[in-house]
Design a protein around this ligand. Sequence first.
Ligand code: ADP
Ligand code: MG
Length: 324
Amino acid sequence: MGEFDLIARYFTRPVRRAALGVGDDCALLAPAPGMQLAVSSDMLVEGRHFFADVDPEALGHKALAVNLSDLAACGARPLAFTLALSLPRVDETWLAGFSRGLLALADAHGCELVGGDTTQGPLNLCITVFGEVPTGQALLRSGARPGDDLYVSGTLGDARLALEALLGHAPLPAEVLARARQRLERPTPRVALGQALRGIASSAMDLSDGLLGDLSHILKASGVGAHIDTYITSNLIAEKAYLSGENGHFHLEFIRQCTLAGGDDYELAFTAPPARRGAVAAASQASGTPVTRIGTVLAEPGLQLVDAGGQAVEHRYASFDHFR
Ligand code: ADP
Ligand code: MG
């Protein structure tokens, strides 16, 4: 099978919203009047972001999910994406699974595959997504103000738990690993929540490298600090019952590592004034996405972590950095 047959079979879909999709030199796409285009790219490299033997269907899902998560963080509605793919060989079983996972998530969000590039080489995937957001209403990292509440969506740390287990660092029963692994391999981009938070959240971002490290970007961009209740964040790991139960021999320290610096969560972290608590609750309800208040924005720069007794928690949870 040649390059063009491969593109035709696995990556060519009729487009509805874009004026032109796969097959010409460019795709053609316009945001609706009054909307801005939100654009983001994310690359996934074998051995770096995923194991060589990962289920291709899950990989297709994740490659698009991490990109949709960036649109969610800006409050944008997904429109379309391009896929640049470098493949060691044509493996039709792999391609069928990969495109199934990719296009199922694309369909679920009405996000059309409009073009890309395909070459031979080490396995490497790069997606660029395009979304739309009403002009001036995108959620940014720079809007957090002292006194704002600090929130995260969903759960934290389960992807890291699965990663530690797969690396042989944390033995887990098969059913616990299976659940945590879903969070690592098939993250849920919080697209509906991001849009529901437009006009409510003062700042937002998605969590890919770990809560504390990612949060520091919001704090820096906004010129503020924050206080975080770690007894609340420690409860946000979905496998909490196992980890702290009779059979779980994991320490609070490990739970903190996963929840505060886990990485691969793809949840949203955002801030909003206390006067908008009702509106945040309504956005959570309307989008079917749980959110939890985990702290407060402070005028003084820096992150203060506090435990249940009000004691300061020493903060040494580095976030993921490819070059460190
Ligand atoms: P060009 O040589 O002009 O860059 P290509 O021959 O690389 O074009 O690609 C032909 C068409 O197929 C283009 O419309 C391109 O966007 C599309 N395409 C190539 N690879 C992919 C892919 N992996 N997924 C979706 N569309 C693709
Ligand atoms: Mg080309």
